[in-house]
Write a protein that binds this ligand. Structure first.
Ligand SMILES: *Cc1c(COP(=O)(O)O)cnc(C)c1O
Length: 398
């Protein structure tokens, strides 16, 4: 089936042809309930009518204009995005196409900020062990997982990985003479849904502010409403109990509801650091992607909609915590990881193989994140009845 593709993905034996809400249908018409959400991308499910309409309408105007001009749709999207992130101090945005590209932009921005203010040699970016920041050479250097590094060096210099939760190590690593920034996922996604400790984040905010080291959050997986607030960092506080005010936030995945788009948001310190010619991206801010993104933002920034994400998350958490085959449940909102006694991969496969036309049974799509960890990132539009249906399959299989 996919031997014309390079062998980069451990693919499951299914080819999808159509989607509807929380459901996908394969080429044989078999039905699957989607708890994987395209890895936190399909935030409004499949074929969400307002999203389809917005994309079709923009496609009928034009697909693309280059970034020497601006399009009305890209302008409206950028304004809405900055407005949505204004409560945490964001002032301006750079648009790209993916998470890795957003993190690359964030690293460039941090390095230039530091260079302009302090001169050469203050370029280190500190990240956490277990983090995932992308697959390009630089974002792999930022990623704190050795298993992803083998075979691809040499990497971009100037990245240091420390253990999350360890304030002493953090204090030592944030050397004001050599360090430009700290890049953190407040909830690590790829390594199994691992939320950072509140004290650790508060200390990070304090130390960064004192030393003028940029505080950067990678919200590519946990942002865009996933945890019940637009940004997951909104659920953390600094040492005085005030909201965390980062210098840079990166977004991608769910931001376009399934169309590729990435963003680097910049606060007061960093919003005017780039000058003309410093950075760019041919497709960045593409109008079709922006049209989709605008629908996502308008939908997801509504406080009632966000409250629903939290409420649905509680249903998952409560059910999984009650299951005695589940060893631990982590995460917030509709970003859920849980450890089981069995290997996760065979469970994923069995959940898919369950789909059958004759018996009229459907499959369930989940993600693994580690050998014995399952990860759920369902669409925010999922119905309570669908949550129950999926949870029933999970308890059957584990
Ligand atoms: C997925 C992900 C990325 C990389 O995004 P791509 O769009 O695949 O480049 C970076 N950081 C986090 C936290 C992610 O989950």
């Amino acid at each position: 089936m996919d031997n014309i593709f390079m062998n980069t993905y451990h693919r499951l034996p299914v080819i999808f042809a159509r989607g509807d809400g929380s459901w996908l249908f394969d080429i044989n018409g078999k039905k699957y309930l989607d708890f994987s959400g395209g890895i936190a991308v399909n935030v409004l499910g499949h074929n969400y009518p307002p999203l389809v309409r917005a994309v079709c309408e923009q496609a009928g105007n034009f697909f693309h204009v280059c970034n020497y001009y601006q399009s009305d749709t890209s302008q409206a999207f950028a304004e809405k995005l900055v407005e949505t992130c204004a409560p945490v101090g964001m002032k301006k945005v750079f648009l790209g196409n993916s998470g890795a590209e957003a993190n690359e932009g964030a690293c460039k921005l941090a390095r230039k900020y530091s260079l302009l203010k302090y001169g050469k040699g203050r370029h280190t970016i500190v990240t956490l062990k277990g983090s995932f920041h992308g697959r390009t050479i630089t974002t792999l250097a930022a990623t704190g997982q050795d298993k992803l590094h083998k075979d691809f060096g040499p990497f971009t210099e100037g990245f240091v990985h420390i253990a999350g939760g360890n304030i002493e190590e953090l204090d030592k690593a944030l050397d004001a003479k050599t360090t430009a920034g700290l890049l953190i996922e407040v909830i690590q996604g790829e390594s199994g849904i691992v939320p950072q400790d509140e004290k650790f984040i508060a200390s990070a905010a304090k130390l960064c502010a004192e030393r003028d080291i940029l505080l950067m959050f990678d919200e590519i997986q946990c942002g865009v409403g996933r945890t019940g607030t637009f940004l997951a960092l909104e659920q953390y506080k600094d040492e005085s109990g005030n909201p965390i005010k980062p210098d840079i936030v990166t977004l991608a995945k769910g931001l376009g509801g399934g169309i590729p788009i990435g963003a680097v948001l910049a606060g007061e310190k960093t919003c005017d650091v780039f000058s003309t010619g410093d950075h760019g991206s041919t497709f960045g801010g593409n109008p079709v992607a922006a049209a989709a993104g605008l629908v996502v933002l308008k939908t997801v920034s509504d406080p009632d909609f966000l409250a629903e994400i939290s409420r649905k998350g509680e249903i998952f958490q409560a059910a999984l915590k009650q299951n005695n085959k589940v060893k631990e449940v982590r995460g917030k909102g509709l970003m859920i990881g849980f450890d089981i006694e069995k290997e996760s991969r065979p469970v994923l496969e069995a959940a898919i193989a369950r789909a059958d036309l004759k018996n009229d049974t459907y499959g369930l799509l989940m993600l693994s994140a580690g050998e014995k960890t399952l990860r759920l990132l369902p669409p925010y539009t999922i119905l309570d009845t669908e949550i129950e249906q999926g949870l029933r399959i999970i308890s059957e299989l584990i």
